[in-house]
Design a protein around this ligand. Structure first.
Ligand code: PEP
Length: 252
């Protein structure tokens, strides 16, 4: 089964409305309809309607960086539901980013609940997993990633991965300029695909597994050349149009 590469930009809490407009204009000019890879932009919540509007008629997709763990509407101050994200044009949503886990205390259970809330609203969740440097040095990479993926499989079932994406993001590589080598990343990607494959080989073969962690134009091609790396989740480099387009072209 062929997996169409996905290049997702996580803007985090960066930029202004004007910066966003300039970035979107430059990116959409570089992505043609029918491109062999998909570009996805994940701006801050408040910019979603504007970004979606600027991208009308383009092949670039829009996603969110987070989602409430509750469906519909309700008394959840500060939260944004999956239905609301759909209304403003999102197709995807990131869940379980390491910054959400580390800074906002999101547990594996919360991440799995958000994953399910995303799918219930018709969104494709991009579930982030990955170990810290301390865990890697203690040879715990596989057990950490296994625990994070298993929590979602237990909550949502393996069938849920037919409409989901996993992003392997070693925490020590995020925003540090220190990228996993293609071989290090491939090893974990193959491990994740194998975990899913033990339950359902067809779903595993079709599952997109992105790599995230200091992806740049200069290292993208060698990462994306690996058999189980199906694109990237990109932070810092997604804020620079020329750099992000270079990464996109490396996948396309
Ligand atoms: C991220 O935010 O998910 C990320 C991978 O960031 P960076 O590309 O800056 O390392």
């Amino acid at each position: 089964m062929t997996r169409k590469p996905l290049i997702a930009g996580n803007w985090k809490m960066h930029g202004s409305l004007a910066d966003s407009r300039a970035l979107v204009d430059a990116l959409r000019a570089g992505v043609t309809a029918g491109a062999p890879a998909t570009m996805l932009l994940c701006p801050p919540y408040v910019y979603l309607p504007a970004v979606n509007g600027w991208l009308q008629g383009s092949a670039v997709a829009v996603g969110a960086q987070d989602i409430a763990d509750k469906p519909g509407t309700g008394a959840y101050t500060g939260e944004v539901s999956g239905q609301m994200l759909r209304e403003v044009g999102c197709s995807h949503v990131i869940v379980g980013h390491s910054e959400r886990r580390a800074l906002y205390g999101e547990t594996d259970v919360v991440v799995a609940t958000k994953f399910k809330a995303a799918q219930a609203a018709g969104l494709v969740p991009i579930a982030c997993v990955g170990e810290t440097l301390e865990q890697r040095e203690a040879a715990q990479t596989r057990s950490v990633v296994e625990r994070q993926v298993e929590a979602i499989v237990e909550a949502a079932g393996v069938q849920a991965f037919a409409k989901a994406v996993i992003a392997y993001e070693p925490v020590w590589a995020i925003g540090t300029g220190r990228t996993a080598t293609p071989e290090q990343a491939q090893e974990v990607h193959a491990f994740i695909r194998g975990m899913i494959g033990k339950r359902d080989a067809t779903i595993a073969a079709g599952l997109s597994i992105l790599y995230g962690g200091s992806v740049k134009g200069a290292n993208a091609r060698s990462l994306f050349a690996m058999a189980d790396i199906d694109g990237g989740l990109v932070g810092g480099a997604s804020l620079v149009a020329a750099e992000f387009l270079e990464i996109f072209r490396a996948a396309a």
